[in-house]
Ligand binder design. Sequence first.
Ligand SMILES: Nc1ncnc2c1ncn2[C@@H]1O[C@H](COP(=O)(O)OS(=O)(=O)O)[C@@H](OP(=O)(O)O)[C@H]1O
Length: 370
Amino acid sequence: MGCSGCRVRLNFGKVLSKVSVFLTMVLIITYFFYCLTGLCDSAPRTLYSHSAPRGDYELLDDRRRVEDLRPSVRSDAPSHRNRTESEDAQQQVDTEEQPSQNRNGIPVSNTFGTKRFPQAIIIGVKKGGTRALLEFLRIHPDVRAFGAEPHFFDRFYDKGLEWYRNLMPRTLDGQVTMEKTPSYFVTKEAPSRVCTMNCQTKLIVVVRDPVTRAISDYTQTLSKNPGLPSFQSLALKNSSTGLIDTTWSAVRIGLYTKHLENWLQYFPLSQFLFVSGEQLVSDPAGEMGRVQDFLGLKRVISEKHFYFNQTKGFPCLKKPEGSSRPRCLGKSKGRPHPQISSEVLQRLRDFYRPFNHRFYQMSGQDFGWD
Ligand SMILES: Nc1ncnc2c1ncn2[C@@H]1O[C@H](COP(=O)(O)OS(=O)(=O)O)[C@@H](OP(=O)(O)O)[C@H]1O
C-alpha cells in the first residue's frame, strides 16, 4: 500500500518535472522568435546602449551610432578631422550597410520583416533639431529608422533606389520606416526625386528661427574650421551698406518659404508637418504628440519619456527600465553659440521678417520668430 503511494508520488514528480521542462522550452523558443522578429531590440533598446558609463549621462548622436559599430574609430581621431562632409556621409552609409550587430558585437541576423522605402522623411532643416526629433521618434515601437543620414536624394541618387531601400531597417507590417537628411529641404532636385520614389511620402520639416539657425550653422562650421572669418563678415555683403549676403548658405537655408515653394510643386501641403524647433526643446512631449498623430501612430511617446538636463541645457530621454543611464544628444548638439552684435542680429531679423510671414501664411502656422 505504502509502496504504491510512493510510485504514484514518483510518477507525479516525473510528470511535473517534464511539464516544467516543456514550459521552459516553450518560453525559450517564444523569446527566441520574439527576438528574431527584431522586437526585443527595437525602440528603447536600440536607443539606450548598455555600454560603459561616460560621465553623468549618455550621449547620443549620429556619429556615435556609427562608432558603435566600429569601436576602433573615434570621431575626434585625427583621421576624421580633414574629411569632407561627403566622405563622412559615405562612411556613415557604408558603415550602416555592415551586417547588424548587437551592442556586444555579436552578429544578429534579423531576416524577419521587409526593407521598405521610408513612408516618412525628416527633410529639414539643417540645425533645426532634426536629430533630436529622430531620436525621440525611435522610442516608438512602430518606428524603425536608418541611424545616419543617407543623403540619397541629394548626393547619392545615382546609386539607385534599390541601394537606398537596402539601407533601410527591416520593418513588420504597421511599422513606419524613416530617415532624416536635413539637406533635402534645400536641394532643388529632391522633391521630384522623392516623388519618383513615392508621391505619398510624408514630409517632416523641423523649422527654427532662421537667425538662430544661421548662427548654429556657423558655429558648426567654425568648430571644424577655426580660421573661419567672423559671422558678421560672412552674413553682410559689406558692413557699410549692411546688406545681407544671400549667397551664404547659412543665410539662404533660412529662406524657408523659397524652399517650400519648390516642394509644393510636387507635394500637397497636407503631406507636410512643420515641427517647431523651439517647441521641441521647450515642450518635447507636446511636439511629439503632433508628430505621432501625423504619422498615424498611437501616442506612445509622452511626458514620462523626457526630463530637462540642467548640465546639457536641453531635454533628454529618461533611462528606460533595466538601463543604467538617461540619454542626451551628443556634444555637437546644443553647442554654445558665439556672441553676435545686436546690430547684425537686428539686420538679419529685418531681412527675414517678410520671408517668415510668408512662411507662416504658407504653412498655416505662426512660429513667433519676430
Ligand atoms: N534635446 C536636444 N538636445 C540637444 N540639441 C537639441 C535638442 N533639441 C533640439 N536641439 C537642437 O538641435 C540643434 C541641431 O539640429 P540638427 O540635429 O537638425 O542638426 S544637423 O542639421 O543634423 O547637424 C542644436 O543646435 P545648437 O544648439 O546650435 O547646437 C540644438 O539647439
